[in-house]
Design a protein around this ligand. Sequence first.
Ligand code: ADP
Ligand code: MG
Length: 249
Amino acid sequence: MTTNTDIAVHIEGMSKAYGSFIALKDINLTVKRGERIVICGPSGSGKSTMIRCINRLEEHQAGKITVLGTELNDDLSNIDEIRREVGMVFQHFNLFPHMTVLENCILAPMLVRKTSRADAEAMARKYLEKVKIPEQVGKFPGQLSGGQQQRVAIARSLCMQPDILLFDEPTSALDPEMISEVLDVMVNLASEGMTMLCVTHEMGFARQVADRVIFMAEGEIVEEGAPEEFFNAPKNDRTKQFLSQVIGH
Ligand code: ADP
Ligand code: MG
């Protein structure tokens, strides 16, 4: 993107309702470029809704969201611009089932970035190598394990060369033995300076890579802090209760 702002995401006084149900209340969050944020909290607390608002998969009703210097409003060109720079990895991978791994990876760069097929394929092979599945390039998603599919989904996101990556419980749908192969890829991305907002309950990952951990409950950010402080000295009772359930404190 053309702006050189140091702020990746700025959310100010943001609220979001589904009909009369208020899913997010007065969210304030600033994420600098290169920061790694882990978002946790009980089911239904608004984690998915919050990160989905950042690339306008959901529309907020009040407050302001600015991504890489561009405000998300009704201007469709702003939305397109932001979506080009913000990748998203979902719990259920969301690969195109009728396309091969390679085709999944080259589609958006060719359509959206107007990359040539040869360049898009070269980039796809590079990122499939990075997520350690270059040999799966000709397969269909249904022929891969969950862990492999999620790594393809990450490679597909990387092919758009995003400035920011959003992850919504990327390991929650995986069999336990496949979780670490996906987390390893995420740890790698973090070490290379990718700006990441990850909804996850993998607290080992949070301790290892997060600059900040955010705890949400009932549509609000209840507490946030560096992992050391967040895990060792949580302040809010709801955070304490959540941590005791998740990691048995
Ligand atoms: P989390 O990701 O923390 O589990 P969500 O952001 O998915 O929570 O959901 C927050 C709340 O908003 C939940 O109560 C959920 O039922 C509600 N919600 C989410 N999506 C919709 C929707 N499309 N329509 C109505 N309610 C929704
Ligand atoms: Mg969710």
